[in-house]
Design a protein around this ligand. Structure first.
Ligand code: ZN
Ligand code: ZN
Length: 313
């Protein structure tokens, strides 16, 4: 088998959804081109933007940083990284270490924040208290709170996350199966809201497998271990089903994504008049009700006394 693009015999990947065989060099090029093309197509980044990559040290966010550093090198954007330490023992430390190494190597400033400093509690401590919800709920909500707050302080125009094609399709299917139809209208290449820093997903159309292949082809150092809390999640189960389906139907992830794009606008119209964002009375961050999601979760587990107060803007 030879490379569909250059004829080299050194093929490292076969794309079943397109029939292409690619050598290392052509593979790296197609990924970078595709991501940069999507950034243009969906107008994810403007010249002069300050972009903050939410960098965990895992394969996805490291790939985003690596590809966006091309734009930073060309002086099109200002690029920095933000890493959040949720406090997951024997797991997060390695990710942070690799994230810092990558930033140093690429010459990109990195900011590290922790759940402990912001909420005086770690995810491990929350889970040890046998709370009513799953770890991923606390982790996701609390992480977004820190990201938004710190990104605003840093004057960022965009927060880039590592969501890949598999993540995105999992979210679509999960929300559909759980009946969270309103959430479906919010899934897309970028999330705009007046009160939150705009989030962008440059890898949204890259399959997870190819992100892994990119990291290996480029020799990027990443933390490949899976989060210990993710193992039991609903997302994980959906992911397993979709991966299984993809074996016989290699285009299924793309067709689900395209199908969602078509119904998204219709859904938006149908669901018009959704909640207007206010400010959380405790922390001042955007909120749909009196309390934002973070403060609601912290209150639920008996953690809303003075902890948040000190951060009151
Ligand atoms: Zn080639
Ligand atoms: Zn709040």
């Amino acid at each position: 088998m030879s490379c569909t693009k250059c004829g080299s015999e050194n093929v490292i990947i076969h794309r079943r959804y397109s029939g292409q065989h690619l050598c290392k060099k052509c593979f790296i090029e197609t990924i970078q081109k595709k991501v940069l093309k999507d950034i243009k197509k969906y107008e994810l980044i403007k010249k002069g933007d300050k972009v903050l990559v939410a960098l965990s040290g895992g394969k996805d966010s490291t790939t985003v940083l690596d590809i966006l550093s091309i734009l930073a090198e060309r002086n099109i954007i200002e690029l920095e990284a933000i890493t959040i330490d949720e406090g997951i023992k024997d797991y997060r430390e390695k990710g942070i270490e690799y994230a810092s190494e990558t930033c140093k190597k690429l010459g990109i400033p990195q900011h590290i924040f922790s759940f402990k400093e912001h909420f005086k509690i770690t995810i491990d401590e929350i889970m040890a208290s046998k709370p009513p919800r799953k770890a991923c709920t606390y982790c996701g909500v609390l992480r977004r709170w820190i990201l938004n707050k710190e990104a605003k302080k840093l004057g960022a125009d965009k927060i880039a996350t590592g969501h890949n094609l598999d993540d995105e399709v999992q979210a679509i299917v999960m929300n559909y199966l759980e009946g969270n139809i309103e959430n479906l209208t919010r899934i897309g290449p970028a999330t705009y809201s007046q009160k939150f820093v705009t989030k962008i997903k440059p890898l949204r159309e890259i399959p997870e497998k190819e992100v892994t292949a990119y990291v290996m082809a480029k020799g990027l150092k990443v933390h490949l271990e899976e989060c210990p809390y993710r193992k039991t999640s609903f997302r994980k189960k959906i992911g397993t089903i979709l991966t299984g389906l993809s074996k016989d139907h290699p285009t299924i992830l793309y067709s689900t994504l395209r199908g969602h794009e078509k119904i998204r606008n219709a859904l938006k119209k149908e669901l018009k008049g959704e909640s207007i964002l206010r400010e959380c009375i405790r922390c001042g961050q955007p909120a749909a009700r009196d309390l934002c999601k973070t403060c609601t979760l912290l209150k639920e587990i008996g953690r809303l006394k003075d902890e948040i107060h000190s951060h009151n803007r």
